[in-house]
Design a binder for this molecule. Structure first.
Ligand code: PNS
Length: 158
């Protein structure tokens, strides 16, 4: 059984993440979406909120599970018996960071990272951009699922 882990902050999940998950789920027997508990930055959404938004978005995919981890990703992957880390790649600007992470994870955890190119329509999309637009009162329809949009409106309601 080929198991992959798709890790991230998911603060919040975007349509770009969901595109990678839907396509990734077709490549592996099981895909574990892993929300990082301590991503090093102060998240807008709590861990519970980020997990809930993912679960709501992914209930139609039977081989996808949502979980969370703290500490090293490679330790989580080992505990899940995953042999692959899945990451999405947008532009060249992602490359350096991703290259470093994949190299470190291979060195310390002996695990491969597989990259999928983000769909063209989401190449510009990031959780940070979504938060910035939403915080300034802009419309993020089309960037995130409807229920995430509602959560963003609630968070930024003044
Ligand atoms: O969505 P993000 O913020 O790009 O995800 C980054 C994440 C959470 C995947 C990365 O920061 C991570 O794996 N953190 C766990 C700590 C770890 O294992 N670090 C070693 C790799 S450099």
């Amino acid at each position: 059984m080929k198991i992959a882990v798709y890790p991230g902050s998911f603060d919040p999940v975007t349509n770009g993440h969901l595109d990678i998950i839907e396509r990734g789920a077709q490549l592996f027997d099981k895909l574990v979406v892993a929300v990082a508990k301590n991503p090093g930055k102060e998240p807008l959404f709590t861990l519970e909120e980020r997990i809930l938004m993912l679960e709501k978005s992914l209930s139609h995919l039977s081989n996808v599970e949502v979980s969370y981890f703290r500490g090293l990703l490679v330790d989580f992957a080992r505990a899940e018996q995953a042999s692959v880390i899945l990451r999405g790649l947008r532009a060249m600007s992602d490359f350096e960071y991703e290259f470093q992470m994949a190299s470190v994870n291979r060195k310390i955890g002996d695990i491969e990272t597989v990259f999928m190119m983000t769909a063209n329509e989401y190449a510009y999309l990031s959780s940070s951009a979504v938060k910035e637009v939403a915080s300034l009162g802009g419309c993020v329809k089309g960037f995130v699922p409807r229920h995430v949009l509602e959560m963003l409106i609630k968070k930024y309601k003044r």
